[in-house]
Ligand binder design. Structure first.
Ligand code: XMP
Length: 319
């Protein structure tokens, strides 16, 4: 019988004892539920001493940046917006290994945060790490290996902890618990119901060599997947639904000529915590609609596949 209001008060009281009465704090908000709830809690602890930063790394979903800024303003967390798209994409171009991309993204985020920390004299750094992030990054006792280096856990360099004290209000919580806490803290329903999205964003949904072109394919086809599910009232019933783009190609027929195009894979899964997941048995008619919209509007896509492997053995994201 877990009571979110009691839990959130105990988090706030506990953290108040950990921090002093002065010194600025920085919270980096991605617009996801974890970082947003962390920011609201941090605001209750630090008040006007809190700076909320939103970094646009160019790997967000379509229309996401505008939505996030609007939501943060609504929550009175007026964000400092950092437009860093070129900075991130230039470094990612041509990189094939997803773990390397996570490392680069973590490094670039750390540089941006360092700039703010120096400029503003920040003493506390608030992060939205949740329990599965800790477990899957192999940081807990007894976990055998690093599955994926979720950058919000592993990515911060050692010097970070010397400059700032790290505050992680959600460290012991699962996603559904964070959502319950978010609800009582006034987070808009659209955000509560939005699917989890990885910190490195669409960078982990491009398989093989990273390029701006493939990024656009992943972004546009993911939007189509989301929109079609929303149309049929299925979006809120699933854990995640998106599209990825692969390295292999498929020959397509465009008019009289052959064209060699991208293969897009759709992934729709049910889960309660992201640790295990089942692929959703989608009606063929809905898959058909998604496929027609993707191939009809993105000319470089010549094949769409549906991922029918659960976790385990697969992970949710392709890489
Ligand atoms: P996997 O792919 O490991 O995903 O089955 C489990 C959950 O974690 C999300 N995910 C990430 N989140 N940084 C994040 O913040 C990452 O690098 C990352 N990789 C995966 C994934 O979307 C799913 O909800």
């Amino acid at each position: 019988n877990w009571r979110p209001e009691i839990y959130v008060n105990s988090i706030i009281e506990g953290l108040r004892k950990e921090v002093s009465d002065d010194g600025k704090a920085l919270v980096a908000v991605s617009g996801g539920i974890d970082s947003t709830v962390s920011a609201i809690i941090a605001k209750k602890i630090f008040g006007d001493r809190l700076i909320t930063a939103f970094v646009d790394h160019g790997l967000l979903r379509e229309g996401e940046k505008e939505e996030v800024i609007e939501m943060l303003n609504f929550l009175e967390l007026k964000p400092l917006v950092i437009d860093a798209e070129e900075r991130f994409l230039n470094r990612l171009e041509g990189i094939s290994d997803c773990e390397e991309r996570r490392r680069i993204i973590g490094e670039e985020f750390a540089k941006i945060f360092e700039e703010i920390i120096e400029k503003e004299g920040i003493r506390y750094f608030v992060q939205g790490t949740t329990y599965p992030d800790v477990v899957e990054s192999g940081k807990t006792q007894g976990s055998a290996a690093v599955i994926k280096s979720h950058h919000n856990v592993g990515g911060l360099p050692d010097w970070f902890k010397e400059k700032v004290k790290i505050i992680e209000p959600l460290k012991f919580l699962y996603k559904d618990e964070v959502r319950k806490i978010g609800t009582i803290l006034g987070v808009p329903e659209t955000l509560i119901k939005r699917h989890p999205f990885p910190g490195p964003g669409l960078a982990v949904r491009v398989i093989g060599k990273f390029s701006r072109e493939k990024l656009e394919v992943a972004k546009k086809s993911s939007k189509i997947v989301e929109d079609v599910l929303k149309k049929y009232g299925l979006y809120e019933k699933v854990w995640q639904a998106f599209a990825t783009v692969g390295e292999d190609k498929w020959v397509g027929v465009k008019g009289d000529s052959r064209s060699y195009g991208y293969i897009v894979t759709i992934r729709i899964v049910e889960s309660t915590d992201g640790m295990t997941a089942n692929y959703v048995r989608m009606p063929y008619e809905i898959l058909d609609e998604i496929v027609k919209k993707i191939t009809g509007s993105i000319k470089s896509v010549t094949m769409v596949t549906y991922a029918i492997t659960s976790k385990p053995p697969s992970t949710i994201e392709p890489c």
